[in-house]
Design a protein around this ligand. Structure first.
Ligand code: SF4
Length: 474
């Protein structure tokens, strides 16, 4: 097969739409694009010069450009799977391109995904995508590990699991993503850098640990620093400066290798990089004074803590080694070091009863948690929580698997649970709390609060819209 042109597409949950709301709400028609797919685009560009990526998170797809490609690669998360299948069908009907799919959902649900494309690339595809291109060019059988497909006679073929790459120092070329530079001026799209992959823990609902594995793999410090510099330059290179100068380190568990994490932070401190950072973390980093001092000195203004639950019973149910007392100690310690805590929460656990939204909001306000993400229990195919609760799921409309209620909870109705999320958000981002934030917080935090209030309103509007269709609605 002759391969001269390759296009990558990241389907959105909804197709991109130009909207005034893109300026302040995240994830409706606009969100930070996948750097995993952008990294693959960068790697493939080395072999096939005419390579470009589209992301429906930040632009429409230019079909005239895509439909004469030799290969179109679609990378899907669960919430974008249905849209991804729709795009794959469209490409098949309107072009001769070979359609290849990958990403977290494609890997976890490879048999389902294989029905919609020619090949599925499983897991991290930095190495397998080059092998695939070489095999296709040479017209040889695709039998190396890390691929799934439907054979001509309709049988499902899985060539075996593949070891994830040890080295992933490729710095994504952000210019290969169509219109990224223009859209990166939006304050809702943050520069992002991934420094490590994997997490040694095993929370039952976690899909990323199933995708990246339990063993932590890290990038070299030089490559991380270079990536950070390029990300900042790319986002801040514009006539109208971005108001929100904040870079997101996207790792699942940056702190799992303490010595490595400290060496990266020390390198940032010693470098010419002067920026604000945010990072996701388990509570335990909040009990490590030495690490917190380094984070503060490196420019981290907040920790986005995977608090998840506010009752110890929930941690036990989902195999999460945490306790509410330790979490509270960690929150107070982080705040005492001059950083904020953002809270990532899950509702709809087996032990959750009506009133969970109110209790959660009280917890957030009591401990001055600045910014929340409240999601209903995730059921991502391939996780233990999904496998154990398949029969309690309301549907397989994957587009709703982004934090909306998609199951029948044990101790309340789905309708009640969705209302709990709306009520918690309403209480945390109430008018009273908004006025207080405007009067008392520093300007960057005021902006963050206001942006989040708009975003929460937009999310809750969608959740409210779904209420009449949920079991338990009167
Ligand atoms: S600690 Fe976080 S990344 Fe690790 S398994 Fe649990 S949820 Fe996943």
């Amino acid at each position: 097969m002759d391969i001269k042109k390759i296009r990558f597409i990241e389907p959105g949950n909804l197709p991109y739409r130009k909207s005034f709301r893109n300026l302040y709400t995240y994830e409706k028609y606009i969100r930070t694009p996948s750097h995993g797919i952008l990294t693959l685009t960068t790697i493939v560009k080395e072999q096939v010069d005419d390579t470009l990526m589209y992301s429906e998170s930040i632009s429409k797809v230019v079909w005239d450009d895509v439909l004469d490609a030799d290969i179109v690669f679609l990378g899907i998360f669960t919430f974008a799977a249905i849209r991804g299948y729709e795009l794959a069908r469209y490409i098949k009907e309107h072009s001769n391109a070979l359609v290849v799919m990958g990403g977290l959902h494609a890997s976890m649900s490879c048999e389902e995904t294989a029905q919609h494309c020619d090949y599925v690339l499983l897991g991290e595809a930095e190495e397998s995508i080059l092998e695939l291109i070489t095999a296709l060019r040479n017209d040889v059988l695709i039998d190396f590990p890390g691929v799934a497909y439907m054979s001509d006679n309709g049988g499902f073929i899985h060539t075996g699991d593949r070891k994830p790459p040890e080295s992933f120092d490729t710095i994504p070329d952000r210019n290969l993503l169509y219109r990224y530079h223009k859209m990166a001026g939006h304050n809702t799209i943050w520069p992002q850098v991934q420094a490590s992959r994997g997490c040694p823990h095993d929370c039952d609902y976690c899909a990323v640990v199933r995708h990246f594995g339990h063993r932590l793999r890290t990038r070299s410090t030089e490559s991380i620093l270079q990536d950070i510099r390029q990300a900042i330059a790319f986002h801040d290179d514009r006539a109208l400066p971005r108001l929100m100068k904040l870079l997101w380190i996207t790792d699942d568990n940056f702190f799992a290798d303490r010595n490595w994490a400290m060496s990266v932070l020390r390198a940032i401190i010693a470098s010419d990089i002067d920026y604000n950072f945010t990072i996701q973390a388990r509570y335990d980093v909040g009990l490590d004074d030495e690490m917190l001092d380094l984070l503060k000195a490196a420019g981290f203004m907040e920790i986005a803590m995977g608090i998840e639950f506010i009752e110890d019973e929930s941690f036990d149910i989902y195999n999460k080694s945490s306790s509410t007392a330790d979490i509270v100690r960690a929150i107070k310690n982080i705040q005492a070091k001059g950083m904020n805590v953002r809270g990532l929460f899950i509702v709809g656990a087996e032990n959750h009863t009506p009133g969970i939204g109110y209790r959660l909001a009280e917890f957030v306000l009591k401990y001055d948690i600045r910014g929340v993400l409240i999601q209903s229990m995730y059921f991502i195919p391939g996780t233990p929580v999904y496998e154990e609760n398949k029969d309690r799921l309301l549907h397989q409309d994957w587009s709703k698997y982004c934090g909306h209620v998609v199951h029948n909870p044990a101790r309340m109705t789905a309708h009640q649970l969705q209302r709990e999320i709306i009520q918690a958000s309403g209480k945390i981002y109430s008018l009273k709390n908004t006025i207080r934030a405007i009067l008392t917080r520093r300007w960057r935090e005021k902006l963050l609060f206001l942006g989040e209030r708009f975003w929460q309103r937009s999310v809750c509007r969608d959740l409210r819209h779904e209420l009449p269709n949920l079991p338990g609605a009167e």
